[in-house]
Write a protein that binds this ligand. Structure first.
Ligand SMILES: *Cc1c(COP(=O)(O)O)cnc(C)c1O
Length: 465
């Protein structure tokens, strides 16, 4: 399997290079040269298999010759063994034709573990095999940092440094990062905002001498391996609920468009998905785009669903590439327009075509709180703010064929956002037992000024080579 860039000017690469590279050299995102399709019998044959075996059947064609089937099977077996539910992504019925898929049973209680737990050992295997090492530096406003740390801890070929804005992540989120004692894990609390952390990260990557000196890499959500790791649960839910003989809609609380794009990939592979619903908070750039055909950036406002407080949905570029019939010139023009004018539009016929599959729905914080309360009253379920948005968006915009089903994705455990959940419902969600002592564990973190040289010094000092 070979991969091409959405901007058409970067080298065509194999799976291993795409995983280690992340972003394409032309600023674009890598996508498979051809879509892999499974036929109805392939899907039917997945029914009743353990999660790791479904994952193997979905992922193997994308991996190509980079790993043997046995290597991939071992890797997946180990990755999903770290989830605390035997089904890995259990499905819960919440209405006559409505289901909730719980994606928060991984080590850090958010869906990002699904892809990160695969990406960590994959990096390690590919690096060790080629005798290389990587220094991963990331900036986080919460969930990505802890998922990346859990995935990369104790790995021989990787040193990981995560920047977070000091005093601006929740206590649970901070402690999920700072209580990891592995020698290759480094937490840096920056005196600044999340935007400052991202700017620091950019300047580290822009310093080519430093980048080459430490072999810098990133684990952000544009990495193709993260998308593939997420296609698995769409297939899992689909076959469990009757696909390919029954049509499916999915409702997804959306920020960077990585999760829902994995649903689109599952559809390209032949799963009968006839509706994908984008759930938004007040930062509703995608919902506005679906309503108007124009993508236009506004400033970010903080909400009670902070993992969706985002104004640039990087992964949307992959969908745009498909929408334009894989014309990289059109993608480049749209991205230039976004950079220069903060906006781009798609022609009316393409906008209508998108609406055949995608819908958006936004909730204010007040509506999200109401939803958490009503879901607890009606279904006896305590859900986190992101999940509540997905459930309501699915109820409103998740039309389905006669006999079809709608699946909402529960992207985080309620205990990850205890204050918002308690305020809405009066119930404070407890942490799962394996994390019950999180608030007592010792923390390991260094403070740093908002200064590139200071961060570089910390990275150099922390490297184990
Ligand atoms: C990251 C995250 C999202 C957004 O996912 P995208 O793939 O960026 O669209 C939604 N909910 C939670 C809890 C998250 O951590």
């Amino acid at each position: 399997m070979r991969y091409v860039s959405t901007r058409g000017k970067a080298p065509v690469l194999g799976f291993d290079e795409v995983v280690l590279t992340g972003l394409a050299a032309d600023g674009g995102l890598y996508v498979p040269e051809d879509w892999i399709t499974l036929d109805d019998d392939d899907w039917r044959a997945m029914r009743g298999l353990p999660y790791a075996e479904v994952a193997l059947r979905v992922m193997l064609p994308y991996v190509g010759a980079a790993l043997t089937e046995e290597e991939l099977a071992d890797l997946l077996e180990g990755a999903y063994a770290r989830f605390d539910h035997p089904a890995v992504a259990p499905l819960r019925q919440i209405g006559p034709h409505d289901w909730l898929m719980e994606l928060f049973h991984g080590p850090t209680l958010a869906f990002k573990d699904h892809a990160m737990q695969v990406l960590g050992p994959l990096f390690d295997l590919l690096l060790t095999r080629s005798g290389r090492r990587l220094t991963i530096v990331g900036a986080t406003s919460g969930d990505t940092g802890s998922a990346a740390i859990e995935a990369c801890r104790d790995r021989e070929a990787i040193d990981i440094f995560i920047l977070h804005p000091k005093d601006r992540v929740s206590e649970v989120q901070r402690r999920q990062m700072t209580t990891v004692q592995s020698p290759n894990v480094h937490n840096i609390a920056v005196n600044g905002t999340f935007d400052d952390c991202q700017a620091l990260l950019k300047s580290l990557f822009a310093d080519t001498a430093f980048r080459d000196e430490v072999n810098l890499s990133a684990v952000n959500s544009i990495n193709w391996a993260r998308i593939v790791g997420q296609v698995v649960y769409y297939a899992w839910a689909g076959v469990a609920l009757g696909a390919p003989d029954r049509s499916l809609g999915f409702s997804v609380p959306t920020g960077n468009f990585g999760n829902i794009f994995a649903g689109y990939v599952a559809r390209q592979m032949g799963l009968p998905i006839d509706r994908l619903v984008v759930g938004s908070n007040r930062n509703d750039i995608l919902t506005r785009f679906l309503e108007t055909g124009t993508m236009s950036q506004e400033s970010v406002v903080p909400t009670i669903s902070p993992s969706m407080d985002i104004q640039v949905s990087s992964n949307f570029e992959r969908l745009l590439f498909e929408l334009y019939g894989r014309d990289a010139d059109e993608v480049r023009a749209a991205m230039d327009s976004l950079r220069q004018n903060g906006a781009y539009s798609v022609p009316d016929d393409l906008h209508q075509e998108l609406l055949g599959l995608f819908r958006g729905h936004r909730l204010t914080d007040a509506e999200t709180s109401d939803a958490m309360r009503v879901i607890l009253e009606d279904a006896g379920l305590l859900v986190d703010p992101h999940t509540a948005i997905g459930i309501v968006a699915g109820q409103i915009a998740g039309r389905r064929d006669e006999g079809g089903v709608t699946v909402s994705l529960a992207t985080a455990h309620p205990a990850k956002f205890p204050d918002a959940v308690e305020k809405a419902t009066g119930v404070r969600p407890p942490l799962p037992t394996r994390l019950a002592d999180l608030l007592q564990r010792p923390e390991r973190v260094v403070e740093a000024p908002n200064d590139t040289r200071a961060i570089q010094a910390i990275v150099r000092e922390g490297l184990r080579r």
